[in-house]
Write a protein that binds this ligand. Structure first.
Ligand SMILES: Cc1cc2nc3c(=O)[nH]c(=O)nc-3n(C[C@H](O)[C@H](O)[C@H](O)COP(=O)(O)OP(=O)(O)OC[C@H]3O[C@@H](n4cnc5c(N)ncnc54)[C@H](O)[C@@H]3O)c2cc1C
Length: 412
């Protein structure tokens, strides 16, 4: 068996793994990344939010993405029947980026990986982690490539960024019940040569069919667009078992986008992912940390996945450097509590979206401009800014505001 030694082993070359790898490498630390697929490979999670720009920038990956020519995203639009709620990130409360991108993830993830390689990060593609053992302060990992060749990797520390591969969560039995009720999703891409010009062909849109059922439309700069539905798992049972037919049946239920995509062939058979949300009992342990989706995933609504994946990847890398420099790291406070703080804010927004309270606020015809700015900052991913009342009081503020809107509507 071949042998490799690396100070840090990173499992997975998605955005979380690439931000960790690039940041650590830039600080002179030897990392080895193992990735089971060959890039470019398809991945879902295509609408970014501005906060992830901070993470890409700190990891030294932003310029490469800027040069890739992805579709810029300046905000998002929500539509339900005749009601429209639109957010423009340039009108958000507080500091931070006011734009980002919507990206075909095959190209985006490839761009990050190529840039990390260009810096000197070693990535073993087509190589899957099949076993990890921790002993006396270091780890031994067995990986296998598609020719069946095995390699043993010795590392002092493992960053598990394996996304839904959930390598350490499975191996160390860290899986926990999800925080969000069971939702599923089905999605595909289309070619869209007849896309409307201007804003209509650029803005990402969420069309709400029922309070808990929504559709996404993300136009990409390569002329293709992403279409998908998210709903409670049982909602999908009424449709055909054939994903092509089911997706068309669902699209017939759209109002705003009705008929818009009828003549467009699917680029690939629609993919269904069941019961999307993931959680773990533990985010770190002796010799390892979980980042990105290998740790947790809430729900696609509000597109927070890549932002959390890169934020946690970056923070884990910074704490590893701190520890390496001989400083004490309190992983519970400095990592778990920080990440959970952000996740809790977003989970309030996700829960109140599905309860209908947040939809009442978003579709309110006369929104208070200050409140809208503060909510916009949360949707941009700035969920750690406690000067924002919509961050600080996230647990109740949406319910209270929704009640006020109800009372106001009842009095008219
Ligand atoms: C339906 C749906 C819609 C979504 N929409 C959005 C959205 O609009 N915006 C958004 O930001 N997020 C969205 N997400 C979430 C997004 O997909 C993830 O948050 C994001 O991809 C997480 O990045 P990551 O780096 O943690 O993991 P990934 O991107 O999944 O990368 C993990 C990598 O690890 C590799 N790997 C897995 N197992 C192994 C192994 N055993 N050995 C070696 N390598 C391994 C995989 O091949 C993969 O390349 C969505 C998710 C779903 C399910």
């Amino acid at each position: 068996m071949k042998k490799e030694i690396s100070e840090i082993l990173i499992i997975g070359a998605g955005p979380s793994g690439m931000v960790s790898a690039s940041y650590l490498h830039n600080q002179g630390i030897k990392v080895l990344v193992v990735e089971k697929s060959i890039f470019p490979r398809f991945q879902i999670g295509e609408s970014l939010i501005p906060q992830c720009m901070d993470n890409l920038e700190e990891a030294g990956l932003l310029e490469a993405v800027k040069n890739a020519g992805f579709q810029k995203k300046f905000g998002a639009r929500f539509i339900k029947d005749e009601k429209i709620g639109e957010f423009n990130f340039s009108e958000k409360y507080g500091e931070g980026w006011d734009w980002t991108w919507q990206v075909p993830r095959a190209d985006f993830d490839h761009c990050l990986a190529l840039e990390a390689q260009k810096k000197g990060v070693k990535i073993l593609f087509d190589t899957e982690v099949i076993n990890v053992e921790f002993k006396e302060g270091h780890s031994t990992t067995i990986v296998r490539n598609s020719n069946g060749e095995l390699t043993e990797i010795q590392a002092n520390f493992i960053i598990d960024s394996s996304g839904f591969g959930r390598v350490l969560a499975k191996q160390l039995k860290l899986e926990a019940p999800p925080q969000i009720a069971a939702h599923s999703s089905i999605f595909t891409h289309i070619e869209e040569p007849d896309r409307p010009s201007g804003k209509e062909g650029e803005i990402i849109t969420f069309e709400v069919l029922e309070t808990q059922v929504w559709f996404w439309y993300f136009p990409f700069s390569n002329g293709n667009s992403s279409l998908g539905f998210v709903a409670p798992t049982h909602w999908f049972e009424q449709f055909s078992k054939d994903p092509d037919v089911a997706m068309r049946e669902m699209m017939n239920k759209l109002k705003f986008y009705n008929n818009r995509f009828t003549d467009h062939a699917f680029i690939f058979k629609p993919i269904k992912v069941e019961n999307i949300s993931r959680n773990v009992t533990q985010l770190y342990g002796k010799g390892f940390v979980l980042t990105g989706n290998s740790a947790e995933f809430l729900d696609p609504v509000f597109s927070s996945g890549v932002s959390f994946a890169t934020a946690s990847g970056l923070l884990a890398a910074k704490l590893i450097i701190k520890e390496r420099n001989g400083e004490k790291v309190n992983w519970e406070n400095e990592y778990v509590n920080y990440i959970k703080e952000g996740v809790l804010v977003f989970s309030s927004y996700v829960k109140e979206w599905y309860s209908g309270n947040l939809q009442k606020i978003i579709f309110h015809r006369h929104p208070n401009p200050e409140i809208k700015k503060q909510i916009c900052a949360v949707l941009a991913g700035y969920v750690w800014d406690k000067t924002n009342p919509f961050v600080k009081k996230h647990e109740h503020i949406l319910q209270n505001l929704s009640k006020l809107i109800e009372l106001e509507e009842a009095s008219h």
